[in-house]
Design a protein around this ligand. Structure first.
Ligand SMILES: *[C@@H]1O[C@H](CO)[C@@H](O)[C@H](O)[C@H]1NC(C)=O
Ligand SMILES: *[C@@H]1O[C@H](CO)[C@@H](O)[C@H](O)[C@H]1NC(C)=O
Ligand SMILES: *[C@@H]1O[C@H](CO)[C@@H](O)[C@H](O)[C@H]1NC(C)=O
Length: 754
């Protein structure tokens, strides 16, 4: 199936919805957190109990449940609505254990608690879970699922969702879950065996890829050998078959680690890695006993080459999303990286083919050699079976176990776990790069969306905290409540929901936000959101299965002229009326929904002639509209704000500007009873061009006998709306008045009467 290489990004916690397709980096739609809440496209988990460190550890599509671990709690959530009857288990470390933990000097940052770090499906009725247990990892079973309750109520048989710990059962969590909650882990339960990338000891200095729990012997990586693992941070573990032969099945793990060559020179301090072992590896017979004999790793490269030819590497692997394809041996690997240094802040998304990863594992081994002690490709004889080959597989049908491997083969693996070539991404460059911004990507999920004109990849990226700068050119859109990094992201294409967790909370976000784009067909079309289509009336969620002939969608071109013929005439834009006072300034607002639109203002004189309003000494163009600095009577007229996007022009705002005679305004607004020379506004008359006009007095102060004159009617309208605007806080009259005097921009608060 061909996937269109147009790319959609939704960044969470801080950011954008942007297109890659036509290499425009500005996001098209800005959505504030408020908007998301108001349109009910984002729903935070609203149950509060004394916890933190939320992680979505398992998603069960069949049962429609999300399983969340946090500090001392386990939570089962309904995927349709995370606030619908959540089931919560309190699973603390014992008071005694917490006491012992503090005795050892730990717990300065509250680590002497049970941080839940693993929830994996065990069988149809049970889950396996582990937590840090106040520096003494512990595991147990959870009984879960729909049950018929024994209580028969008026002949009804009730079904309820069960979620409870198996009483009296407790397992050691050593080799399954870290001791220190600040250390990341990754795990997968496969065929009853738990494979975990984890720090195994109390001190947190012994990292390993560990197999425990099942019927196979416990096996781990070589201990304290920096050639194997050097201060790794585990990101993801997943089984990926290599061939149709089950014995070839491999476990791939993604992590980052300290570079062995990090000597402060030009070499990077951190490297991204992909590693693998055979699932049926039972360790060596004479050496590498209970250690992997098939462990290999390679560098994952994600870099950009600048115009100056300098290559910038993104080495700090943050998250991996593995997209299944029809061929289970060849999923696509999406990974997010950031730069490792603090000088240059940047993030990137790279995409890898499994075939490229395999090619590297089938290539030369890395070898330290020569007088410089440099890494070179190993050119000597390679033992049989080739290191990394699984016993009983396609090429080794006669070997039953890794215990039958020759000493030579085992010793070779021990000394050469690293492949010489790195793995390059598809097209040798990132899919997405973000530099020069305050945030970094932390997490990724992908959705494949079938639209009318093809299949699209939609990337959702979590970021670390950023405070959105106030200007429109920033990329803030989905600001999810917590100013802390997005920890986990899960997506359900089936339910069209995204689930986001962070240190402090959990949010459910609908993938559809079609109503947000605007009321017109052109808005819907220009949004080019593969989740939305125009159905003849509104912008609605698109699903190919309920295809109707009237549905309009054009992701590739976003061309409303073609897609929306006959739909745009409706709902003519209404005109707003705005007042300005001669000699002062006024602001005409026009904010197209899309920052990709270019804006042009047209001024229409009362005689109908139109001309383009240009930026000059008297006119300041901003992203939100135009500021007319020194109003004269001739400025009165109709102003049209025209937006052009993707060759489609439409009017976004139409403002009728009335200019009020300054003298009349001042006569009407000067405080009564003050002698001329004490009138604070008197001097304005002398230098009318250097001061903004006084604000109007409260409505009741206007002499009603004037209200029949047209000019006065306008002024009346102006004043009334001005005070209406201030009404929520009438007590601040005085300060508002002063404020209006000091700040010319205050006239941007000029009332707009629709
Ligand atoms: C919440 O939990 C923390 C850490 O376990 C504990 O120190 C604190 O006292 C708890 N607060 C309340 C209100 O129970
Ligand atoms: C699932 O595993 C649990 C724990 O080992 C066991 O008690 C239960 O009987 C198993 N259920 C099924 C359906 O196999
Ligand atoms: C509950 O009982 C009904 C009726 O006896 C049965 O059809 C259903 O499969 C039962 N559900 C479960 C989860 O056992």
């Amino acid at each position: 199936m061909e996937i269109t290489q147009a790319l959609f990004l939704f960044m969470l916690s801080s950011s954008v919805y942007s297109f890659h397709a036509n290499s425009r980096s500005a996001p098209r739609v800005h959505l504030s957190y408020k908007e998301l809440m108001e349109t009910r496209t984002a729903r935070p988990f609203s149950f509060s109990f004394n916890t933190s460190d939320y992680r979505i550890l398992h998603m069960d599509q069949d049962q429609g449940r999300l399983y969340v671990g946090s500090r001392e709690y386990l939570v089962a959530l309904d995927m349709h609505n995370i606030n619908k009857e959540p089931l919560i288990i309190h699973w603390p470390a014992t008071t005694q254990r917490k006491g012992e933990c503090r005795m050892t000097g730990k717990g300065g940052q509250g680590e002497c608690a049970n941080f839940v770090r693993l929830i994996e499906p065990w069988n149809r009725t049970h889950l396996y879970t582990c937590g840090t247990g106040a520096y003494k990892p512990m595991c147990t079973f959870i009984n879960r699922g729909w049950r018929n309750t024994s209580i028969i109520n008026r002949g009804w048989r009730a079904e309820e969702y069960v979620f409870r710990l198996v009483p009296g059962y407790a397992d050691s969590g050593k080799g399954k879950c870290p001791y220190d909650p600040r250390q990341e882990n990754a795990a997968a339960l496969i065929g009853g065996n738990l494979y975990a990338g984890v720090h195994v000891d109390f001190m947190g200095t012994d990292p390993a890829i560990f197999r425990t729990l099942g019927d196979r012997p416990a096996v781990r990586t070589e201990q304290y050998d920096s050639r194997w693992l050097n201060e790794p941070v585990f990101v993801k573990i997943q089984k990926i078959p290599d061939s149709s032969e089950k014995n070839d099945d491999k476990l791939y793990f993604f992590f980052r680690e300290k570079s062995l060559d990090a000597t402060g020179g030009g070499s990077p301090s951190v490297l991204a890695r992909v590693g693998r072992v055979c699932l049926n590896d039972d360790g060596g017979q004479r050496s590498l006993v209970n250690k992997w004999t098939t462990f290999l790793k390679a560098r994952l490269v994600c870099s950009v080459i600048g115009t100056d030819g300098v290559e910038t590497y993104f080495d700090e692997l943050k998250d991996v999303f593995i997209q299944a394809t029809q061929d289970e041996r060849n999923p696509v690997v999406y990974a997010v990286f950031s730069t490792a240094g603090s000088v240059f802040k940047g993030s990137a998304v790279c995409m890898y083919h499994m075939s490229d990863i395999r090619k590297v594992f089938n290539g030369p081994f890395s070898h330290k050699h020569g007088h410089n002690y440099q890494w070179t490709p190993y050119t000597g004889k390679i033992p049989y079976p080739r290191p990394g080959t699984c016993p009983g597989g396609t090429f080794t049908p006669s070997l039953r176990s890794t215990k039958e491997f020759s000493d030579e083969a085992v010793n070779f693996v021990r000394a050469h776990p690293l492949m010489y070539h790195p793995v390059y991404p598809i097209n040798k460059r990132p899919l997405v790069v973000r530099t020069g911004v305050d945030y970094r990507f932390t997490s990724i999920v992908l959705d494949l969306v079938d639209a009318v004109d093809g299949r699209y990849e939609v990337l959702f990226l979590g970021t670390d905290p950023v405070l959105c700068p106030p200007d429109l050119s920033s990329v803030c859109s989905l600001y999810l409540q917590t100013p802390v990094p997005v920890k986990t992201l899960k997506i359900s294409s089936k339910r069209q929901q995204l689930y986001v967790s962070s240190e402090r909370g959990l949010t459910q976000v609908s993938l559809h936000r079609c109503g947000i784009y605007g009321k017109a067909c052109s808005d819907c079309c220009l949004a080019r959101d593969p989740y939305c289509a125009w159905d003849g009336e509104t912008c609605v969620a698109f699903s190919p299965s309920t295809k109707r002939r009237s549905r309009r969608q054009d992701i590739k071109h976003g061309d409303p002229l073609r897609q929306c013929r006959g739909f745009n005439a409706k709902g003519r834009l209404s005109e707003t009326v705005q007042f300005g006072v001669e000699g002062s300034s006024t602001f005409l607002e026009c904010q197209p929904r899309s920052p990709q639109a270019t804006v042009k203002w047209l001024y229409q004189k009362p005689d109908g002639r139109r001309k383009v309003v240009r930026q000059d000494r008297e006119v300041l163009k901003t992203g939100q509209g135009i500021l007319l600095k020194l109003l004269i009577h001739d400025d009165a007229g109709l102003y049209h704000c025209l937006a052009t996007e993707n060759n489609f022009k439409h009017t976004v705002a139409r403002v009728a500007l009335h200019i009020l005679d300054r003298e009349i305004v001042e006569a009407l607004t000067s405080p009564d009873g003050l002698p001329e020379d004490q009138n604070p506004y008197r001097h304005h008359q002398l230098h009318p061009h250097h001061h903004p006009p006084p604000p109007p007095p409260p409505p009741q102060a206007l002499p009603s006998q004037f209200s029949s004159q047209p000019e006065i009617r306008l002024i009346n309208q102006y004043c009334q709306s001005y005070w209406q605007q201030l009404k929520p806080d009438m007590s601040t009259k005085r300060t508002s008045r002063r404020h209006a005097n000091v700040q010319p921009e205050a006239s941007s608060g000029t009332p707009i009467i629709s």
